[in-house]
Design a binder for this molecule. Sequence first.
Ligand SMILES: NC(=O)c1ccc[n+]([C@@H]2O[C@H](COP(=O)([O-])OP(=O)(O)OC[C@H]3O[C@@H](n4cnc5c(N)ncnc54)[C@H](OP(=O)(O)O)[C@@H]3O)[C@@H](O)[C@H]2O)c1
Length: 242
Amino acid sequence: MWGFDGRPVLVTGASGGIGGATVRQLVAAGADVVASARSKPNLEDLASKTGCRALAFDLTSEDSVRGALEGLDVWGVVNCGGFGGEIATPMDTDIAVFDQVISVNARGALLVTKYASRSMIRLGKGGSIVNMSSQAALVALAGHISYGSSKAALDNITRVSALELGKYNIRVNSVNPTVVMTPMSAFYWGRPEIGEPFLKQMPLGRWATEDEIAAPIVFLLGDGASMITGVSLPIDGGFTCC
Ligand SMILES: NC(=O)c1ccc[n+]([C@@H]2O[C@H](COP(=O)([O-])OP(=O)(O)OC[C@H]3O[C@@H](n4cnc5c(N)ncnc54)[C@H](OP(=O)(O)O)[C@@H]3O)[C@@H](O)[C@H]2O)c1
């Protein structure tokens, strides 16, 4: 119902499972998608299949993000690039992995917000940002000390950015999905002794698909959500409600 009318939308993490589905749904909804990740061949493959543009940069480097985004016209952003890090407790965490997870998932999304929001303000047409958080930001999950902390930081980036950018008619929201069986999650959640008890506690009792995450992202990004900003939306089959 609400199309994007050729508005430019940057999607980071576009070569991943959820990012790729988001690119496909945004292109179908009429957005001019700029797909980003580090690996150029994956992006070029996506571009040839969907008609999106490809723009490679590294979320852990401010120079790389600035170089890619300065001068790029952007109306929307999906901050989907992410790193799973390790499964570890506070007692045995590898702090170098913690730093890397924060660097990609929270600091990287903030850097993209920093330079993309400058473009949105310069263009003067409002804008919309959706940050890819996680259920791990909302509840304590065993083994998720680094990842959950990075996504909780990202949810705070969402709220403060919503506060600061609202006066420019730029909305900022998070989505907080449950597990999608991409390579990032399959090594852990795919183990029966981990996955089965988890699904027993979830009202819908199954894993999410990439398209079930992409669809609410497209909704929050677009004009159908024009009065929604600063929220963290669980897409979790009800897991965090009980
Ligand atoms: N899968 C799940 O169960 C799940 C659940 C909740 C939330 N999420 C979140 O959803 C997002 C996508 O997850 P996914 O499962 O689709 O992951 P994925 O398939 O592993 O994709 C990760 C994406 O991030 C990019 N990336 C990683 N490090 C980067 C860096 N330093 N600079 C730029 N790009 C980088 C990767 O491309 P390159 O390697 O080419 O850079 C890839 O496009 C992540 O933020 C994740 O935390 C996932």
